[in-house]
Ligand binder design. Structure first.
Ligand code: MN
Length: 430
């Protein structure tokens, strides 16, 4: 595959684009004013309409079948086709969007400025599962409650997760209504009801499931990577005061299910191939994973090196024309379990995964200040406010605050690619 740093597109603004150069080619569902949602590919600041490109006759064979599977305003059927369809489409797009393409004239008419389009969720999500594989986050949060013993005893044996709520997944740009709920205010013995006072973000990697499995047929760890279609950014908005009161003994419930934001572009497993890396060695004394979670190929190349960033833009900063404040800079290398281990574990009991299911990684924090993926960790539960350049302070999010997630992959000799943004602005409770 032509993924070298030097491969160029005739779409000039794609060359050197921070997120969407020719080497990325993420898929998404977009619409133009008054038209039905359809599949597109991000290229620079434009979107290539695959249906229009198909009508122009640039696809045949397996690539044509792949495009036909993207119809209907959701990518579930395309995801279900697995890697061969993704590869066929990608290889053809690298040619027809490449600088020596014979199809420039016909495809020019199928390109729209991204700013004129609306982006939607890329698939109809049957089930959404949120994991907890960011070990530094687990330690940081554990420390707030158990300073001497931050990690619970199961953490290094089981990829921990909970079943989330698919119905409130929303694409980037959707406002985040401050939830109301039940909390136990500090120093009180009886709960109160009202707007969340400790609203937080969680920086996560989203994982789109490709081919599913039959109920009762676990996905073996060695096959698990074949069941992943692509990746996105995910903000697991969290109401910490509601969470603290409700979470025992069954885990998060209403503190998480009011909205979960996802970035609209599916960065395919193929585009991320150059940014795979070895799973960091487990520290001396950590247990080896059980055999159903252990695969040498996965250990050698199943992790990812993706730089992750969180920015905060308050209403006042917007009014004053100030740039966004960086809250977090971290990396997916802090995942204690690989994506393949998450897939293998999720299905090991016979649970059925289906094309278009979505996983969240769990909050991906680093080990040092500046790399924490939530305000809960940055402010130590609200004790150490964040100081902003214009004099504002934040313990948790206030109405009007916008959170922006970004991700970027950088490696010598390979074109850098990004994920686009996952944005959300907090609006007041009803
Ligand atoms: Mn989470």
């Amino acid at each position: 595959m032509n993924q070298t740093a030097t491969a160029r597109s005739w779409v000039e603004h794609a060359n050197g684009h921070r997120d969407f150069p020719l080497q990325n080619l993420p898929l998404g569902i977009f619409s133009r004013p008054g038209q039905a949602p359809r599949c597109g590919v991000a290229i620079g600041d434009a979107i290539l309409d695959l249906e229009a490109a198909l009508a122009a006759g640039v696809f045949e064979g397996a690539a044509k079948a792949a495009v036909e599977a993207t119809r209907g305003g959701a990518l579930n059927a395309f995801f279900a086709l697995g890697r061969p369809a993704r590869v066929a489409l990608r290889e053809r797009l690298l040619v027809v969007l490449g600088e020596h393409s014979e199809h420039q004239a016909v495809l020019q008419a199928a390109l729209y400025p991204a700013g004129e389009c609306t982006l939607h969720l890329p698939a109809r999500v049957g089930d959404y599962t949120d994991f907890y594989v960011g070990i530094e986050h687990a330690k940081n949060v554990g420390k707030l409650f158990r300073p001497d013993n931050p990690l619970l005893p199961n953490y290094k044996h089981v990829p921990i997760g909970y079943h989330g709520r698919a119905s409130t997944l929303r694409p980037s740009g959707t406002d985040v209504r401050r939830p109301k709920g039940q909390t136990l205010p500090a120093g009180q013995t009886e709960p109160s009801f009202g707007p969340c006072a400790r609203l937080d973000y969680e920086l996560e990697l989203g994982i789109w499931i490709g081919q599913g499995n039959d109920m009762g047929q676990p996905i073996a760890i060695g096959d698990a990577a074949e069941h992943v279609a692509g990746f996105c950014l995910l903000n697991d908005w969290s109401a910490r005061d509601i969470q603290a009161w409700e979470y025992q003994p069954l885990g998060p419930f209403l503190s998480k299910s009011f909205i979960t934001s996802v970035s609209p572009w599916v960065v395919t497993a193929e585009a991320l191939e150059p940014f795979r890396c070895a799973q960091p060695a487990r520290p001396e004394g950590d247990p080896q994973p059980l055999s159903y979670l252990l695969d040498q190929r996965d250990q050698a190349g199943g992790a990812f090196d993706i730089e992750l960033e969180v920015l905060l833009l308050t209403e006042r900063m917007r009014d004053e024309g100030l740039p966004a404040h960086r809250l977090t800079l971290s990396n997916t290398r802090s995942m204690y379990w690989t994506v393949a281990q998450m897939v293998a574990h999720h299905s090991v009991n016979g649970c059925q995964l289906q094309a278009g299911d979505l996983f969240g990684s769990g909050t991906l924090s680093g080990a040092v200040p500046g790399s924490f993926g939530s305000l809960l960790e940055i402010t130590e539960g609200g004790k150490q406010p964040v100081q902003l350049a214009n004099g504002e302070v934040r313990k948790f999010l206030e109405d009007g605050d916008e959170i922006i997630l970004r991700a970027r992959c950088v490696r010598d000799g390979v074109a850098s690619i990004g994920f686009g943004e996952c944005r959300g602005t907090v609006v007041g409770a009803n």
